[in-house]
Design a protein around this ligand. Structure first.
Ligand SMILES: [Zn+2]
Ligand SMILES: [Zn+2]
Length: 95
């Protein structure tokens, strides 16, 4: 898993390994106002951002969790797992 960093001050963009990125300071202007998003490279070569609970690859549709771990398609999940992830399908949204 890697991080994509974006400086709010000077719009500098760079990437770091997730494990090494202890310091979120812009190497260009040393601002700490840095936006970061986690991403992984899918087996198909596409970049998948892991900002949500489940994240789908635009290239091949593979699902990843927030930690960049590959998930089986929801159709193969246990009912309980699907429930935890997506909640009750017939839930009344007014409550
Ligand atoms: Zn900067
Ligand atoms: Zn993919």
């Amino acid at each position: 898993m890697k991080l994509e960093m974006y400086c709010n001050e000077c719009q500098h963009e760079w990437r770091e390994d997730y494990e090494n990125a202890n310091c979120y300071e812009c190497p260009n202007c040393h601002s700490t106002s840095v936006y970061r998003s986690r991403y992984i490279t899918c087996q198909c070569g596409a970049t998948v951002y892991c900002d949500g609970f489940t994240n789908e690859c635009d290239g091949c549709g593979t699902l990843y969790n927030a930690f960049g771990q590959m998930l089986a398609p929801p159709s193969q999940w246990d009912d309980e797992d699907r429930y935890e992830c997506f909640g009750p399908q017939d839930y009344d949204e007014e409550f």
